[in-house]
Design a protein around this ligand. Structure first.
Ligand code: GUN
Length: 280
C-alpha cells in the first residue's frame, strides 16, 4: 500500500511560514499585494480565484480582483496589465487562464512584467527555468517538486513520465524534472503505446484531465504517482487522472485528489508572491 503524499498538510506548513514572512515585510513597511485578473466567467476559474483570494486573506496578503466581461478587448486587458506593472503597491500579477478566444493569452502573459510574474508564464521566466537560472517557477510543477523533496523521493537518474504537455503544467514540469536530474518522457494525445511508456516509469505525473485514466495495470510496482487532475464527474464528485483506489495498492507514494497537488499550487503562488515582494 502506497504512502500518501499529504499536499494539504505540507501546503499548510508552507503557508504558516509565508504568513510570518508577510508579517516581517509588513513591519518593514511593505504590504504584500496580489492582483488577479479574470476575463469572462469560467466557473472553474471562479472557484480557483476564490481559493486564491481566501489563501491571501489568511496570510495577511492584500488581494485585488479585476473582473472583465467576456467581450473585453485585448487592448483593454493589456492596458490594465501595463498599469499594474507600473503600480509599485502591486507585487504580483496573475491572469487566470483560460481567457476568451479573441484574446491572445501568450501576448497577455508576455505583457506581465517578469518581476511580477508570480505564475512563471512570462517567456523570460519560462526561458530562465529552461536554462536553470533562478526565476518564478510555475506553481503546480513547483509544488510537485516541493512534495517530492519533502518525502525524500529520489529523482536523479529516475525515469519520469509526464502525461500532458500544457504550458501551465506539462511543459514546465519537464524542465523541473530535468533540473532534478531525472530522465524525462512526455506523453500526450498523439503518443502511441502510452501504456507501455507509463509502465516503465519510476515517477508518473498525470496532468491530462481524464478521470481515472492511469490504471493499476499501467503502473510499475513501487512507482511514485503524482496526480494533477481535478475532474468533476456527473454525480458531482471530484476525481483525479489516476484510479486512486487500485493504483495506490501498487505505488510506493501517491497523491490524493483532493488534498494532494491542488493545495500545493496555491502555497507556491504565495511563496512566489513573497519572493516578488522581497525583490521589489
Ligand atoms: N488556470 C488553471 N490553472 C492556472 C494557474 O495555475 N494559473 C493561472 N493563471 N491560470 C490557471
Amino acid at each position: 500500500m502506497a504512502e500518501i503524499i499529504d499536499g494539504k498538510m505540507l501546503a499548510h506548513k508552507i503557508r504558516k511560514d509565508i504568513k510570518k514572512e508577510v508579517e516581517i515585510l509588513k513591519n518593514n513597511g511593505i504590504n504584500v499585494k496580489l492582483a488577479v485578473i479574470m476575463v469572462g466567467n469560467n466557473p472553474a476559474s471562479s472557484v480557483y480565484v476564490r481559493n486564491k483570494s481566501k489563501a491571501c486573506e489568511k496570510a495577511g496578503i492584500e488581494f485585488e480582483e479585476f473582473l472583465f466581461d467576456e467581450n473585453t478587448t485585448e487592448d483593454k486587458l493589456l492596458e490594465t496589465i501595463e498599469k499594474l506593472n507600473k503600480d509599485s503597491s502591486v507585487h504580483g500579477i496573475l491572469l487566470q487562464s483560460p481567457v476568451p478566444g479573441h484574446i491572445d493569452i501568450n501576448k497577455a502573459f508576455a505583457t506581465i512584467s517578469p518581476d511580477k510574474d508570480v505564475d512563471g508564464f512570462n517567456p523570460v521566466n519560462v526561458g530562465k527555468l529552461c536554462i536553470g537560472v533562478d526565476t518564478f517557477i510555475s506553481c503546480t510543477p513547483y509544488g510537485i517538486i516541493k512534495m517530492l523533496e519533502e518525502y525524500n523521493i529520489e529523482t536523479e537518474g529516475k525515469e519520469a513520465v509526464i502525461l500532458g504537455r500544457s504550458n501551465i503544467v506539462g511543459k514546465p514540469m519537464i524542465q523541473c524534472m530535468l533540473n532534478k536530474n531525472a530522465t524525462v518522457t512526455v506523453c500526450h494525445s498523439r503518443t502511441k503505446n502510452i501504456e507501455e511508456i507509463i509502465k516503465k516509469a519510476d515517477i508518473i505525473i498525470a496532468a491530462i484531465g481524464k478521470p481515472n485514466f492511469v490504471k493499476e495495470n499501467m503502473v510499475k510496482q513501487g512507482a511514485v504517482v503524482i496526480d494533477v487532475g481535478i475532474n468533476r464527474l456527473e454525480d458531482g464528485t471530484i476525481c483525479g487522472d489516476v484510479d486512486y483506489e487500485n493504483v495506490s495498492k501498487k505505488a510506493s507514494f501517491i497523491t490524493p485528489v483532493p488534498g494532494g497537488v491542488g493545495p500545493m499550487t496555491i502555497a507556491m503562488l504565495l511563496n512566489n508572491l513573497v519572493k516578488a515582494a522581497k525583490k521589489a
